[in-house]
Write a protein that binds this ligand. Sequence first.
Ligand SMILES: Nc1nc2c(c(=O)[nH]1)N[C@H]1C(S)=C(S)[C@@H](COP(=O)(O)OP(=O)(O)OC[C@H]3O[C@@H](n4cnc5c(=O)[nH]c(N)nc54)[C@H](O)[C@@H]3O)O[C@H]1N2
Ligand SMILES: Nc1nc2c(c(=O)[nH]1)N[C@H]1C(S)=C(S)[C@@H](COP(=O)(O)OP(=O)(O)OC[C@H]3O[C@@H](n4cnc5c(=O)[nH]c(N)nc54)[C@H](O)[C@@H]3O)O[C@H]1N2
Ligand code: SF4
Ligand SMILES: [Mo]
Length: 556
Amino acid sequence: MNFFCSKDCPDLCGIRAEIKDDGYSFEGIPEKWSETGFVCSKFKVFAEREINSGLKSYQMEKGEKRSFEDDSQAISALAETLEEYSDKKILFMRGSGSLGYNLAYWDVLFSSFNNCWGITGGPCDETGGDAHVADFGALTNPDVKNLEQPDTIILYGKNAAVCSQHLYAYLKKLKKQGKVIIYIDPVRTKTAELADRYIMINPCTDGLLACALLTELGLENGHDTMALISKTGMSADDFDFLRSRIEKGKTAHIQGFGIQRHSNGMNSFQWINRLAVKTGCEDLLYFGHSSKRKWKTPSSSFKAFVHADKIAETLLKDDFDLFVIAGANPAMTFPDTNMWEKALSGIKTIVIDTNESKTSVHADFFLRVGGMFAQQDFMGSYFFPQHYQRGKLTKEMSDTDAVERLAEKLNISIRIKDISEVKELPQPERKYATQSLELTMPETSEKFQLITSSHHSYLNSQTLPGMEQGLQVVYINSDDAEKAGLKTGDDVKISGDTGHFTAEAVVTENIAERSVMCWKNIPMKKGYTNCAIPNKLTDSGSGLVYYTAFVDIEKA
Ligand SMILES: Nc1nc2c(c(=O)[nH]1)N[C@H]1C(S)=C(S)[C@@H](COP(=O)(O)OP(=O)(O)OC[C@H]3O[C@@H](n4cnc5c(=O)[nH]c(N)nc54)[C@H](O)[C@@H]3O)O[C@H]1N2
Ligand SMILES: Nc1nc2c(c(=O)[nH]1)N[C@H]1C(S)=C(S)[C@@H](COP(=O)(O)OP(=O)(O)OC[C@H]3O[C@@H](n4cnc5c(=O)[nH]c(N)nc54)[C@H](O)[C@@H]3O)O[C@H]1N2
Ligand code: SF4
Ligand SMILES: [Mo]
């Protein structure tokens, strides 16, 4: 059967799936740009979490958990609950648990309630997307095969070895063909191993770097290049190398998500966009495109919206009667964990998920769905040109099975369309329209800047029990560690404006001074990284800031 992985990963792997006596087998489908098809190691984790896990739907009654025998019972009970709320004020949130096209039918179902509100803005690629729309009028990505053209490829905060393993494999091939690869990141991650040159940069200064390069190339004026380079923290030699590579030949620029999770993230993106355009490399500028770009989304009309940075705050104000969460784990993945905990414990909550999570422990009703293996669906890649369809592999109740059954009980008319019935949209083109661009200086602080990155063994908060063991660490530069009297293995208390957590120190040369790094979205030795990250919007006004979070560190 044709299958694909619909996780929140830029790649989108096409997969051939087979049902065997002892389970399932999965094999990656080759692409034009990658003859050896493969699926990443995370895929096994998804299969183990989601396929026939035995987890049942349940409802809390006077503090007691009542599990349902089967899906029909659960659906009937949920329909009854929802009927009680038909005129009440509901907040609906859908996350990135699975990003197939059909998951949007949850929006269709809930937005048909009289007083249901949705969410705008989000935690993922919003800021970078806004920068592209502002500059080019569209969010689009050039053909990945254009990467065969340049002499140099620069990766900015794109940890491809971990987050985009197919791109990493392709870059390896391109390197063998003689392309020079430069990787810029405040952390020397696994991706640095691929690079001909790794350049350590201070967080939030990629825009300053692009502006300094443009100025030195005579394409921009009015900026003090020496001052800008000094703020990036890179050596004159590294800067000259970058300038000479861009001057000499064609250069591709690949923007990662890391840069746009900062308070000046949109501005940084716009300066890199400008660098690519003004040096004649617009068709070599990559960020990503929407995974649903080809199709018109099913229409939903919410009464109004709450912004992504205000969800927990609004719930705490008791503005809503019911909170519905499908495929999201905000208690772990959104900023300000402590506020989320308080908000979730005070509101009636329905969680629709494949697994129990830090969010679902607060659920008054938990609806268990079979996840992507049970879901017939289609979707495109964020980065690559391909798109895939898949059938329903397991017999478990999928998200759309649940939507259809609930809609029928609630007398709401919803029909899940086949891909052949979905309207295809024309694909937009880039047209650079930004005349002049101000440069936004990074926020500064006496404190440490906390970066919380993706780990190769799991995706966002989708882990197996115990997976956090050995990963509850904080990377600290050796000079900083010496000043703070810290050694590898010490427990460190990391405190931000909204709370604190504890992790074990790893003293290293592989991180910029005054920055510290933890793995994202897992429990730490005490508390959670997002306890120390306040709710804040980036300069785009729609993305959440994660990495411009300032913290104090002390031996615990
Ligand atoms: N294994 C794995 N893969 C994943 C995920 C996962 O959790 N695990 N998550 C998926 C999701 S939801 C997403 S959105 C993508 C994200 O994928 P990527 O775009 O690769 O982003 P991240 O690895 O989150 O962040 C990339 C890097 O940005 C660096 N960085 C931080 N600040 C700056 C800065 O100011 N400048 C520069 N140059 N670099 C900076 C960080 O040190 C980090 O190494 O990955 C997806 N793939
Ligand atoms: N500190 C810090 N926090 C971050 C980030 C960071 O870099 N640093 N990255 C942010 C980013 S880029 C993102 S995208 C967000 C992601 O945040 P979330 O949207 O919360 O993402 P996940 O943890 O991937 O998935 C949420 C839930 O979906 C469930 N799920 C999986 N498959 C299905 C399915 O098919 N159906 C249903 N109904 N549920 C399913 C999973 O079990 C999981 O509990 O996290 C953000 N949080
Ligand atoms: S690389 Fe991404 S799309 Fe491919 S199997 Fe892994 S998580 Fe899924
Ligand atoms: Mo994301």
